[in-house]
Design a protein around this ligand. Structure first.
Ligand code: HEM
Length: 384
């Protein structure tokens, strides 16, 4: 057997087999090379929960901003994306958009979300078959984000198509990303509602530039759509494959909220988060030089048996705390309450109330190692 470091370097994030099931590789890294240099991506991989957790809370030594401007994706998204900012600018911009994501504000959306899930699920309920990913999981968060942003509902199909096409085998589709960015700019010109209007007003008041405003809105739209789509689609597939766990949800012995927490841990939509070291850092026994890229493997941290008992088993009743699926520290997911609500409402309707479902074809995976999810998930009502 070759040494752990060369095995780590053999890891190919683009490999379809790895994307289908990255967990054995993650396990190997946690055991043999918990913090290791990965030559193909010129980055340091961090695989254990303890190290990922600590790094997320160390924004001084692990920057979200420095060094990323040369990245073409960052260049298109724009300067105001919270994910690519460090304090103090990060904190100023986050304050401008945080109010509608506070749990009480999010709770007010519940009724409208339920009605929307109902509309999306209705064709499947009537026909007895459909695609849970394409027809429910993707349009739902796009509808939700456009509503929050103050964009017209009529835009949902167009924006859903763009968002679904962003991840391509070779990386992010820059044409689609540019189209989405133009869409954001147009919306800033035309709407006087929602978060977009708040951002335009803040830029008129001199709190941020218009360019930052467009990046900020773009960042929200990106962060709040594919992630939730993947939570719902991954969760649906996992529940279809674990009938006994699904039964616990149906008979009420676990709640939809517990289901969401365990699914976030078990199949984390965001698998990898990048950071950049500002100084040399010793982590997990390795010394990472300054100005190096660090990839935090959230999907691995959430399966770390040092942190979670029987980490590779799905247990909807586990009530484990500490999963890092939504990040941690100053960049902790701004949309956490919204993501949880969307997941809860979707799983309740699909798995508790809709009756037994079964797979009706091969699911199609999103071609990305950073975001774990599905583009297609054909299902039909089970005969039993
Ligand atoms: C940040 C995951 C849903 C908005 C993050 C981070 C993670 C994450 C891991 C941390 C990024 C970092 O530390 O670099 C998820 C998952 C979701 C989800 C798994 C769904 C299941 C949402 C939703 C929104 C949203 C619905 C709504 C807009 C954001 C924003 C940030 C963020 C704006 C950046 C916050 C900052 O940098 O201060 N999310 N997210 N997310 N999320 Fe989410």
């Amino acid at each position: 057997m070759s040494d752990p470091i060369s095995q780590a370097s053999a890891l190919d994030f683009a490999d379809a087999g790895f994307r289908a099931d990255p967990y054995p590789v993650y396990r190997h890294l946690r055991d043999a090379a918990p913090v290791t240099y990965h030559e193909p991506s010129d980055a340091w991989l961090v695989a254990r929960h303890e190290d990922v957790h600590r790094t997320l809370r160390d924004e001084r030594r692990f920057s979200n901003g420095s060094g990323s401007r040369a990245d073409p994706v960052v260049a298109v998204v724009g300067a105001g994306d919270l994910l690519n900012l460090d304090p103090p600018r990060h904190d100023v911009l986050r304050r401008i958009v945080r109010a509608p994501f506070a749990p009480p504000a999010v709770a007010e959306l519940e009724r409208a979300l339920r009605a929307q899930v109902e509309r999306l699920v209705a064709p499947l309920a009537d026909a007895g078959a459909g695609d849970l990913a394409a027809d429910v999981a993707w349009p739902l968060p796009v509808w939700t984000m456009l509503r929050l942003l103050g964009a017209p509902e009529a835009d949902v199909p167009r924006v859903t198509a763009l968002v679904r096409a962003l991840d391509q085998p070779g990386g992010v589709a820059l044409d689609e990303l540019r189209r989405l960015r133009r869409y954001v700019e147009e919306t800033m010109e035309t709407t006087d509602e929602g978060l977009v209007a708040d951002v335009v007003a803040a830029s008129a008041a001199g709190e941020l530039t218009r360019e930052e405003g467009a990046g900020l809105v773009m960042g929200l739209l990106l962060a709040g759509t594919a992630t939730v789509a993947c939570l719902i689609a991954n969760g649906a597939l996992v529940l279809l494959r674990h009938p006994r766990q699904r039964q616990r949800l149906r008979d009420g012995s676990v709640t939809p909220a517990m289901t969401v927490e365990e699914l976030l841990r078990f199949e984390s939509p965001v698998q990898v988060l990048p950071r950049r070291t500002t100084v040399p850092v010793t982590l997990g026994g390795s010394t990472i030089p300054a100005d190096a890229t660090v990839l935090l493997l959230l999907g691995s941290a959430n399966r770390d048996e040092r942190r979670f008992v029987h980490a590779d088993a799905l247990d909807l009743g586990r009530r484990a705390r500490g999963a890092v699926a939504l990040g941690g520290g100053i960049h902790f997911c701004l949309g956490a309450a919204l993501a949880r609500l969307e997941g809860r409402v979707a799983f309740e309707r699909i798995f508790r109330d809709l009756g037994p479902l079964e797979l009706a074809g091969e699911p199609e995976r999103l071609p990305s190692a950073d975001v774990r999810g599905l583009l297609r998930l054909p299902v039909r009502k089970a005969r039993s």
